[in-house]
Design a protein around this ligand. Structure first.
Ligand SMILES: Nc1ncnc2c1ncn2[C@@H]1O[C@H](COP(=O)(O)OP(=O)(O)OP(=O)(O)O)[C@@H](O)[C@H]1O
Ligand SMILES: [Mg+2]
Length: 622
């Protein structure tokens, strides 16, 4: 089964960031810890080696000193020219001067074993000659080897109060005598203080038998423990190069040890440190690094979360806005402040919504126009049918009324009645004719037309009506005006409709009508008809071109003037527009196309304020 888990982008970004940070931090931590560890390791090796070499040298010179002093003892004990008392006194003096010596024994083949003891030191700690003899019996000296030239040193501690070593050397004695062996029992004080110098490093001195001779921990000297755990002890003591280092384990603890041979007596000095203690700082460093890494991860995840949130917030907004747009809300706009790809996406989105909005508006307008034009077309067809049916009977009524009037005396009641019939029939005929024009039943011919002539004809027709209503006409015609392609009678009818409307809107108050005709460009001519009447309310401006829309009282207007005018201008491939401010007046603007056959302006003699009257006045007044 496939799990449908949604994983938001912000968490993906956070995850990537965390993976990268973890990888970088762990690499750095690992590398640093490794470097530090290997550096520390070589430092510990160097240090143990150095201490071992140094301690070996010190032990060497110390033992050399003991060797010389032992020879002094031997010379005195062999001296046969001295009396016994004198010897005893001198030996006492030697024990006093060489205070580390507690006993000296001479193994001479001629005179046997001669031993002297420093009783001043032995008696207070409960030791006597018997103890020494018993010990030596238990651990006999390798006298033959020593006689052959070997120096022998061993841990010969008898009491914990007297950690001591025995130094045995060959001694020739007087000439002609078989060589003997002289041994000295020497307190370990100085060697122990040498081993106990460092509390961190464990220092020990091993005798030829691999037994501890001196150690940081005195107990181990007293116990005379053999060092069997040290690897290759033989090879270590035979090292030519002083200061060898080794890593080994003892009782489950890892050690780093440095070793150096003490030349005198073939002893071995060892300096060791537990790895745990040696690399304590490495462990502490790794701990610190881990904490720092953890802190870095924490900070970076917080920062990453914040960053991812900031980065994806505009995307979320975009997605929300896109949902709104899909529901038809094109007013949505997004803050496009960032200068990155998301910012430009937001800008494009905003551009898209405003484009959609304006297209929707244009679509609605086009739809409204379509509805309007369909309405007009339907109405036109209906009107055409009615007009066609009504026109013939109406012509009959008018004809018979006029015939009757001719046969009746003027002033009789019947004459008056039939006059009313004639007048109303004429009105009906005019309405029918308008309807038919609206329905475009008439076939009109287009020809090159001079708009200034047409305007002059229209003005001549309405001139009287305007002047009795105290309306002044101000004209401004471009002298170089091109001809238009159109029907003069129809255009004239439009101009008359507009001027009569203006006059009627002023309702008897004096006013002005400005009529301006100008050449816009090489394609269009514009006619401006501006009045200073009451203006038109915004609410009804959209309805003015609808058939039968009128604000006039019943019987005063049919509401067909503007709809017929609209139809005519449309037929001429032009436009008719209204600009009106209530209380200030109304301006109608008609735009008509220039004739393609004759672009040149017509020659005319008209001057400002002078009218050219047409021979055939328009019959399209209402
Ligand atoms: N110049 C104008 N100033 C104010 N209102 C106007 C003006 N021209 C037209 N109108 C308004 O437009 C309406 C429609 O005009 P239209 O010419 O179509 O019909 P009418 O004048 O009412 O009737 P008809 O023209 O058939 O006698 C008018 O009733 C009037 O309210
Ligand atoms: Mg009118």
């Amino acid at each position: 089964m496939k799990l449908n888990i949604r994983f938001p982008i912000r968490y993906k970004i956070l995850l990537i960031l965390l993976v990268v940070v973890t990888a970088v931090v762990s690499t750095i931590t690992f590398t640093m810890a490794n470097l530090f560890h290997s550096d520390k390791r070589s430092y510990i090796h160097d240090l143990t080696s150095l201490i071992a070499v140094h301690s070996a040298k010190e032990a060497d010179s110390l033992l050399e000193g003991y060797h010389e002093r032992l020879q002094v003892f031997a010379r005195l004990m062999y001296n046969e020219s001295l009396l016994q008392d004198q010897k005893t006194e001198l030996l006492k003096g030697l024990f006093k001067d060489f205070d580390e010596f507690v006993a000296v024994t001479l193994y001479d083949p001629k005179s046997g074993v001669v031993a002297v003891y420093d009783v001043n030191q032995l008696i207070p700690i409960g030791l006597d000659r018997e103890r020494f003899d018993a010990y030596r019996e238990k651990y006999p000296l390798p006298l033959e080897k020593i006689r052959a030239g070997e120096i022998y040193i061993e841990n010969s501690t008898l009491s914990e109060k007297l950690p001591s070593l025995t130094l045995a050397i060959p001694y020739k004695g007087p000439a002609g005598r078989t060589p003997g062996v002289v041994t000295g029992t020497i307190r370990l004080d100085r060697l122990l203080s040498l081993a106990g110098r460092s509390k961190v490093f464990e220092t020990f001195l091993l005798d030829g038998q691999g037994t501890i001779l001196a150690h940081t921990d005195v107990k181990k000297v007293i116990e005379r423990l053999p060092v069997d755990w040290l690897p290759d002890i033989e090879s270590l003591s035979n090292q030519q190069s002083a200061g060898t280092t080794k890593e080994y384990e003892h009782n489950g603890t890892g050690f780093v040890g440095g070793f150096s041979e003490v030349k005198f007596g073939s002893l071995l000095v060892g300096v060791q440190i537990a790895k745990k203690a040696a690399f304590l700082s490495t462990k502490a460093l790794i701990n610190d690094l881990l904490w720092v890494a953890f802190g870095l991860l924490l900070v970076s995840s917080m920062f990453g979360l914040l960053w991812a949130y900031r980065l994806t917030r505009p995307i979320q907004r975009l997605s929300h806005a896109a949902k709104l747009v899909s529901k038809g809300n094109f007013d949505v706009q997004i803050d496009a402040t960032s200068r990155d790809e998301i910012g430009s996406l937001a800008t494009s989105f905003n551009h898209m919504t405003s484009e959609l909005k304006s297209r929707e508006k244009a679509l609605i307008e086009a739809n409204e126009k379509l509805v309007q034009s369909e309405k007009l077309s339907a109405f036109g067809q209906l009107s055409a049918g009615i007009a066609h049916e009504v026109k013939n009977p109406l012509t009959g009524i008018l004809g018979y009324a006029q015939l009757s009037l001719r046969k009746l005396d003027n002033g009789t009641p019947l004459h008056k009645n039939i006059s009313v019939i004639e007048k109303e029939a004429k009105r009906c005929k005019a309405i029918i004719e308008n309807l038919m024009k609206f329905a475009r039943q008439e076939q009109v011919e287009f020809q090159d037309t001079d708009l200034i002539d047409v305007a002059g004809d229209a003005l001549a027709i309405v001139d009287h009506q305007l002047s009795i209503n105290r309306i002044k006409v101000i004209k401004h015609f471009d002298p170089e005006l091109p001809l238009i392609s159109g029907n003069a009678n129809q255009i004239q009818q439009v101009l008359i409709n507009l001027m009569i409307n203006a006059q009627q809107a002023m309702e008897g108050t004096p006013g002005t009508i400005a009529l301006r005709i100008r050449n816009c460009n090489d394609k269009w001519v514009e006619v401006w008809l501006k009045d200073n009447g009451p203006g038109i309310d915004k609410d009804i401006q959209d309805k003015l071109f609808e058939p039968f829309f009128t604000t006039k009282k019943s019987g005063k207007g049919t509401g067909l003037g503007l709809s017929v005018s609209y139809g005519i201008i449309k037929e001429h491939n032009g436009k008719i527009l209204i600009h009106s401010t209530p209380g200030k007046g109304t301006t109608f603007v008609i735009v008509l196309p220039i004739s393609r056959s004759k672009q040149a302006s017509s020659e005319r003699e008209t001057t400002e304020g002078q009218l050219a009257i047409s021979k055939q006045p328009s019959s399209a007044t209402r």
